[in-house]
Structure formats: structure tokens, C-alpha cells
Design a protein around this ligand. Structure first.
Ligand SMILES: NC(=O)c1ccc[n+]([C@@H]2O[C@H](COP(=O)([O-])OP(=O)(O)OC[C@H]3O[C@@H](n4cnc5c(N)ncnc54)[C@H](O)[C@@H]3O)[C@@H](O)[C@H]2O)c1
Length: 327
């Protein structure tokens, strides 16, 4: 485990201001960092202000301060955004060619020792480093949405990233209230998305095979194991499931079921037009009455509620919020 010291920065650049970039910028701003934003889209500033509005409401609900915010400016180019940045977070579309082009633009203008965190959900840092001039400055900093509320960020180095840069990046992320987890082995999709993919594959099969609808699957998650996962992970939950016999008893009892035909994990259904139509129709029926911003606000209010309970119990993600509040 790489030890790091929490550090604070005053100026950052956010390159790409869509779903994730706007949420990164919001977290940084609410933690007092000035942010220069680069995004060629005409909608970028509108997305930012809407997401920031949700973030401010969430911090108010959580009792975290919303005064002392940093200021943002929409930069005229990537170069303009990164020229004096102390840290850069890249959140452009998940395409290796776009990532490579944008990283080249960043490198041409940013101070040579400024760390670049990439939000990529699964591209290996070594792949991105292959075309870089100073690859040692790149880490993956993979967040989970809403980035301004969920503390975790997976920090992954590539073959050219020294441990000192991993530690510095972790310190910067911790300084804006996050829980950096160093993923020591570089694998496709890192840890979180690898787990999510397994669940996603199974859910697609269940819809594809007509076993359950999107609503029924979500009900089973939100009224069952999803509630457990927010406060204890898989392993701690299964330890409890083993009763007094603990984890060993759990494995003795349920280990053999992995040999039963419960799962299709190794295989994925094709996204045929029929399957896509079914998924879209079921999702519209389930959630189409609400706008995305309404759903985001509801999600945030629920997450804030969970975080308050976890902080009161000094448990899980609540411990990160409590430590950040003290700082
Ligand atoms: N959406 C998620 O839940 C999620 C979660 C974790 C990580 N990520 C990762 O975050 C990254 C961004 O994903 P997203 O969902 O925000 O995508 P998005 O499509 O919402 O946003 C991408 C933004 O990048 C901008 N862009 C395109 N080319 C650019 C350029 N040359 N310079 C600056 N900006 C440029 C686009 O205009 C757009 O606003 C991806 O790597 C994705 O894998 C996404």
C-alpha cells in the first residue's frame, strides 16, 4: 500500500466537461480549488452549472460548507486551461484516439511536472503512456458518479508511473475529500468496473431471457443486497452470512454452489435490435416519468442520507466524510 500525505492545491484544470468532468469540477470548486475548464461543446458551461447546482444542494444537505468555493472559468482551449494548473483531470470520451490527442495537447502546454489524472473507466494507463512525451506524470484516477459525493477514486499507475507520482495523486485526491484506493496491478477495467461488468452481464441475460424486467431486477437490488452493499462490502457481508462460523463456514456452505448452473458469467448476450428495444422500453416504463436532473437529485438525496448514517456510525464511506470535515 502506497503511503501518502494529504495535500491541497489551489488551481486545477478539468479537460472534458460532460457527465464526469462537470462532477469533478464541482467537487474541486466546493473544496476551494479554482478550476479552468476546457470542452469544445457549446453546452459545457450549462452542464457545469446544472451539475454544480446539484452538488451545492447535496453539500448543503450533508452539512458540508458551500461558502469558500473556488472560481471557475471556461478556457478557450486545452492549452489555455492547463498552462498554470497544479493538477489536471482528463474526462474526454472513452476512445483511445481522443485520449491520445488530448493528452498530447495537455503535454504541449502544461508544466512538465503537473500530474494528469485520467477518468478512463478501463483503458490501461500504459496504453495511454505509449504515445506520451512525459508518461511518468500520468495516473488513472477513476471516479464513480456522482463524483462530488462518492469518495472513492481508483488510482492506477502504468509501467512508467513512479510510486511517488501515485502517492502525490492520492494526496491531491484526498485533499478534495476523496478516498483514493491504489490499484497496484494494472488490469483492464481496474477493480470496480470489473465487478460491475459481472453484475451487468448477468442482468442483461436475465432481461434477454425474459426472466425479469429492468424494474424487477432493480427492485431486487434496491430492496435487498444493494442496501447491504452501501454499508458493508461483499466480503464483510458474507462473513456475517456465515454466522458464528464466520467466513470459513460461509465458504463451506456456499462454495459448492459456484459449481451449480447459477450463472452465465463467461458469456454475454448480443445487443440485438430486439434486446436493445426491450431494454429501452422497459427502462422508459420504469423511469421515463422523471428527467435525468430529477433522477440525479433524488439519487443525491438518498446518497446523502446514507452518508449521514454512515458518518454517525463512523463506518465505511462515513469515515472519509468525517475525516475530511475535520480537515
Ligand atoms: N459516465 C460515467 O458514469 C463515468 C464514470 C467513471 C468514469 N467515466 C469516464 O469519464 C470519461 C468521460 O465520460 P463522460 O461520461 O463524462 O462522457 P461525456 O460524453 O458525458 O463527456 C465527454 C466530454 O468531453 C468533451 N470533449 C470531447 N473532445 C474533447 C477535447 N478534445 N477536449 C476537451 N473536451 C472534449 C465532450 O464535449 C464532452 O463534453 C470517460 O473516460 C469515461 O470512461 C465515466
Amino acid at each position: 500500500m502506497a503511503e501518502f500525505e494529504v495535500s491541497s492545491i489551489e488551481r486545477a484544470a478539468v479537460v472534458g466537461c460532460g457527465v464526469i468532468g462537470a462532477a469533478w469540477a464541482s467537487r474541486m470548486l466546493l473544496n476551494g480549488v479554482d478550476v479552468a475548464i476546457s470542452d469544445p461543446s457549446d453546452n459545457a458551461e450549462q452542464i457545469l452549472t446544472e451539475v454544480l447546482g446539484n452538488a451545492v444542494a447535496a453539500y448543503d444537505d450533508l452539512g458540508l460548507p458551500t461558502d469558500g468555493q473556488g472560481t471557475y472559468r471556461m478556457a478557450t482551449s486545452v492549452a489555455d486551461a492547463v498552462a498554470d494548473a497544479q493538477f489536471i483531470q482528463e474526462s474526454v470520451p472513452e476512445r483511445p484516439d481522443i485520449k491520445a490527442a488530448v493528452l498530447a495537447e495537455i503535454e504541449a502546454a502544461a508544466p512538465v511536472d503537473t500530474i494528469i489524472g485520467s477518468s478512463t473507466s478501463g483503458i490501461k494507463p500504459s496504453t495511454m503512456q505509449a504515445t506520451m512525451t512525459n508518461p511518468e506524470r500520468l495516473v488513472v484516477g477513476h471516479p464513480y458518479n456522482p463524483v462530488y459525493l462518492l469518495p472513492v477514486v481508483e488510482v492506477v499507475g502504468g509501467e512508467h508511473t513512479p510510486i511517488e507520482v501515485i502517492c502525490q495523486a492520492q494526496g491531491i485526491y484526498a485533499g478534495i475529500g476523496m478516498k483514493p484506493v491504489h490499484v497496484r496491478v494494472e488490469i483492464d477495467a481496474f477493480v470496480g468496473d470489473r465487478l460491475l461488468e459481472a453484475v451487468w452481464r448477468e442482468a442483461l441475460w436475465l432481461v434477454n431471457d425474459g426472466v425479469a424486467t429492468t424494474q424487477e431486477i432493480d427492485d431486487i437490488m434496491t430492496h435487498g443486497f444493494g442496501l447491504r452493499w452501501a454499508q458493508m462490502g461483499l466480503f464483510e457481508t458474507y462473513r456475517v452470512a456465515g454466522g458464528a462460523g464466520g467466513f470459513r463456514h460461509f465458504i463451506e456452505q456456499f462454495g459448492p454452489t459456484l459449481e451449480w448452473p447459477w450463472t452465465k458469467l463467461m458469456d454475454t448476450p448480443d445487443f440485438t435490435p430486439e434486446l436493445v428495444d426491450t431494454l429501452v422500453e422497459q427502462s422508459d416504463a420504469q423511469s421515463g416519468a422523471h428527467t435525468i436532473r430529477e433522477l440525479e437529485r433524488t439519487r443525491d438525496q438518498n446518497v446523502v442520507g446514507f452518508l449521514k448514517v454512515l458518518e454517525a456510525n463512523n463506518w465505511g464511506a462515513g469515515t472519509t466524510i468525517a475525516e475530511h470535515r475535520k480537515r
